[in-house]
Design a protein. Structure first.
Length: 298
């Protein structure tokens, strides 16, 4: 893993994101080429790629609409004996740095995206000693714009793994803004979507878990390491309190979403109770692995 070249133009302002053009048609997981991974997952590298202001009631059903939290935008690298997979990818920093893009992208009352200096995703991947040329795939928990920014980094042979229900939902909505979607992050010439249907074994020791509710095709990820299992809840549980007290996320979308969110948080709570299993909340500023990343930056 010596090649640290950075494909794409991650912070090139107006160049990214471009209008959708000749984007590859999605293919089903069963029809996709095997991922360029060998062996087992050996490490999960936590990444903090931004921050955002979120009302507590968005993260926690029944929470305060008054209290606002500065939540980390997180991602993770799942590193195998050979190759690695990126889980989620934060914002495309170009959307923050480019004034008109920023204004049009984040026109929401009481919302503020933050991307610290540099390119946190690129910088932290490099600091971990990983090469983008060894990236086998990128998996996104769901299509909200604080998760899809890594599309800019992908080559067509590094597929984007997303649940079919999420993909179809994202493309079907008539008002992407109301659903916090940047379709340009997903539908682009360099991104090959591969569609998963519910629980899916992505690779030995690495599973996608159906945790719908926050969005119609939300997925979490389970990674079996030698000494423990890590479950990345992503936005099925923004905070640890969701997992510990079995409180679903406060923001849901789709038919039957409230019931699905309830079932998903119960599933995550039960996984968290298994021996040697940790469920990591997606946006908790106090969760140790994210805190350590934040504290390590200057
Ligand atoms: Zn999120």
């Amino acid at each position: 893993m010596t090649d640290t070249s950075e494909p794409g133009a991650p912070t090139s302002g107006a160049k990214t994101p471009s209008a959708p053009q000749r984007a590859p048609a999605p293919i089903a997981w069963a029809d996709a080429a095997p991922l360029a991974l060998a062996g087992r997952p050996r490490r999960v590298i936590p990444l903090v790629v931004g921050f955002e202001v979120i009302a507590e009631a968005i993260s926690v059903a029944g929470g305060s609409s008054f209290r606002h939290l500065m939540e980390p935008v997180t991602a993770a690298a799942v590193v195998f004996d050979e190759g690695w997979v990126l889980v989620d990818g934060g914002f495309d920093p170009a959307r923050i740095r480019h004034r008109s893009l920023r204004v049009t992208s984040f026109d929401y009352e009481n919302y503020a995206p933050v991307v610290p200096a540099g390119d946190p995703l690129v910088d932290q991947v490099a600091a971990a000693g990983l090469a983008w040329s060894d990236l086998a795939a990128a998996a996104v928990s769901h299509a909200h714009f604080d998760h899809t920014g890594a599309g800019r980094m992908l080559r067509p042979d590094q597929p984007l793994l997303i649940q079919r229900r999420e993909w179809e939902h994202a493309l079907a909505v008539t008002q992407p803004r109301a659903h916090f979607l940047f379709l340009d992050d997903l539908v682009r010439s360099n991104v090959q979507p591969v569609l998963l249907d519910g629980d899916t074994r992505i690779a030995e020791g690495f599973d996608a878990l159906d945790t719908a509710g926050h969005t119609p095709g939300h997925q979490s990820f389970s990674i079996d390491l030698e000494e423990r299992t890590i479950v990345l809840a992503c936005d099925a549980a923004d905070l640890r309190v969701n997992i510990e007290k079995i409180i679903p996320c406060g923001s849901t979308a789709g038919p039957d979403a409230a019931r699905q969110a309830e079932a998903s948080i119960r599933r995550l709570h039960e996984l968290d109770a298994l021996p040697d299993t940790e469920v990591w909340p997606g946006h908790d500023p106090e969760w140790g692995p994210w805190r350590e990343v934040i504290d390590a930056q200057s």
